[in-house]
Design a protein around this ligand. Structure first.
Ligand code: AMP
Length: 533
């Protein structure tokens, strides 16, 4: 079957030809004729299957006749992330290049001004993330009463991200007479229920069984010790023929830690997660797509559905908590018939998640041994020298960021320099080194009924706590320094005694009152019977 058999108009066909597509993908073959007929669609398809074109191509045709009025878009596409929204907008530009449709992209992290101006001029296609959409709606910049085609993309991810209440509200603002296209990579019961609520007599199209990884991705599992993870990753990056790779972490703060570590080790790397400013996210993604950054450490949310041509590798630095995410992550490579390689680093703590993944993909991720990797070897001599700031408690130390994150990853309390340089096997066992004896101020709080700690003594105390514990508080302005709250109870008790010097002193001159000469029992335990002196 060719694109011209699907009922698309000449402008779209020409744009498709320009894009170099010769044949529709299975989801396009199924969905495009139905969308052109005006049917609601329930689509179960992963990214990488050509899903975006399956709704954008017919939408361009449907919207070709008619004109948008100010602030009244004619179609709305909701995407869970800014990156996906931007990607769909790019698709519209590619496929709509011979049409005269106006498009606006409404995503958070960018100034309202230009978005509002576009809406005022009238848009045919509005592509948005739910939060920014509602912001603009609530400010009176958008009216949704003229929406003819409504698309919910990546519905399962919307659910994960807590957008469903927003979406329900948006749907309640749409005209009842509309066409709704609903896509989700997986169809858990909650998503099914949503689809039932939003769609009218939909046609279901489905291209792959939910959550099946592409055949073109070679999967590998590497069992590691937790402390070796970064070292193993570096080994893989050096020994695999990596052209470009996404490296997934489960948590945003771990994205930052790993990014800094790789950067320090001389890799050409960027980071992408939801807490970074939008301009930084856009810039990093552009650089990665253009090939000026080879490795991108990212979180699931930021990288979901990203379409990066010819991605050679995906690394799961962490085993994903949800098995479906594994499939989404590795689906970034091996796209469009190309082959790709995926590696997952797992520790013995990950057994449960691994079992979930194996169950979902109906086979065990093949386990591989690492050739030439010796965990006991020191980091190679080729490791770049770190800048002094990184080495010796420079101004970054104690400010939270890196030190704190490393601690949270299990490197608690150690000096980084010997840790990175020393053989892993020689790293001293944990808890004793960990136990810092912070000199800090909270006793003042206990004396002052919780007033703020401040002044010289507390400032130095907080600096030392910051360096050791990574809380990085400034000594003034916070009621309870964070690290003390994390101390184990006996450490806190001990500190109160250590800090007794700070208590006001009562003077007796030369006279020594008798009660002071009596032995004092510190133990709160009741005296054993008969043990009184
Ligand atoms: P998607 O699943 O929408 O993220 O699309 C994945 C990739 O497939 C994108 O890079 C599209 O440009 C590409 N693509 C979409 N349709 C076709 C097609 N019919 N032939 C070749 N590539 C396509």
């Amino acid at each position: 079957m060719s694109f011209s058999d699907l009922g698309l108009g000449p402008d779209v066909l020409k744009a498709v030809e320009d894009a170099g597509y010769t044949q529709p993908t299975p989801i396009q073959e199924q969905a495009i004729p139905l969308v052109l007929q005006g049917r609601d669609i329930l689509g179960c398809a992963q990214t990488g299957t050509g899903k975006t074109a399956s709704f954008t191509l017919p939408m361009i045709d449907i919207l070709a006749s008619g004109r948008a009025r100010a602030r009244m878009p004619r179609s709305l596409i909701l995407e869970p992330t800014r990156e996906l929204a931007a990607q769909v907008a790019e698709n519209f530009e590619t496929y709509g290049k011979y049409s005269k449709l106006n498009m606006a992209l409404l995503i958070g992290g960018e100034a309202f001004g230009e978005q509002v101006r576009k809406l005022d001029r009238g848009v045919d296609v509005l592509i948005a993330t739910p939060g920014r959409m509602m912001d603009l709606f609530d400010r009176g910049n958008i009216l949704l009463s003229d929406i003819k085609v409504f698309v919910i993309d990546e519905a399962d991810r919307m659910l994960d991200m807590g957008f469903i209440p927003d979406i329900e509200r948006i749907v309640s603002l749409l005209p009842r007479l509309r066409q709704t296209l609903f896509f989700s990579a997986t169809m858990p019961p909650e998503i099914r229920r949503l689809a039932d609520a939003f769609l009218i007599n939909p046609k279901q199209v489905s291209v792959a069984p939910p959550a099946s990884p592409a055949e073109t991705v070679e999967q590998n599992l590497v069992m590691v010790q937790r402390d070796d993870k970064r070292k193993v990753l570096r080994h893989l990056l050096r020994t695999e023929d990596v052209k470009n790779a996404l490296i997934f972490c489960n948590r945003k703060r771990d994205v930052t830690i790993l990014y800094r570590s790789l950067e320090k080790h001389g890799f050409n790397v960027g980071a992408l997660h939801g807490d970074l400013p939008q301009n930084k996210r856009t810039e990093t993604l552009e650089q990665f797509k253009a090939g000026s950054i080879a490795l991108l450490v990212c979180s699931d949310v930021a990288a979901r559905g990203l379409d990066i041509a010819g991605l050679s590798h995906v690394f799961n630095f962490d085993v994903p908590i949800n098995a479906e995410d594994y499939v989404h992550r590795i689906g970034r490579t091996g796209r469009a018939g190309r082959s790709g390689r995926a590696f997952m680093l797992a520790t013995s703590d990950d057994a449960k998640q691994l079992a979930g993944i194996n169950r979902l993909i109906k086979k065990d991720v093949p386990r591989v041994a690492l050739e030439g990797f010796d965990a006991s070897e020191p980091v190679g001599a080729a490791e770049p020298e770190r800048p002094a700031r990184e080495r010796g408690g420079g101004r970054d130390r104690g400010r939270g960021g890196r030190d704190r994150g490393e601690r949270e990853q299990g490197d608690r309390g150690r000096s980084r320099e010997p840790r990175e340089r020393a053989p892993v096997a020689a790293v001293a066992p944990e808890p004793e080194l960990l136990r810092v004896r912070p000199i800090e101020a909270p006793v003042r709080e206990s004396l002052t009924g919780g007033r703020l700690a401040g002044g010289g003594a507390s400032a130095s105390a907080s600096a030392s706590v910051g360096a050791a514990g990574g809380g990085g508080h400034s000594g003034g302005g916070r009621r309870r320094p964070e690290p003390s709250a994390r101390q184990e109870p006996d450490a806190r008790r001990r500190r109160r005694f250590d800090d007794d010097d700070d208590r006001p002193v009562v003077g007796f001159g030369d006279h020594m009152p008798a009660f002071l000469l009596r032995a004092v029992r510190v133990s709160p335990e009741p005296d054993p019977i008969g043990a009184e002196d």
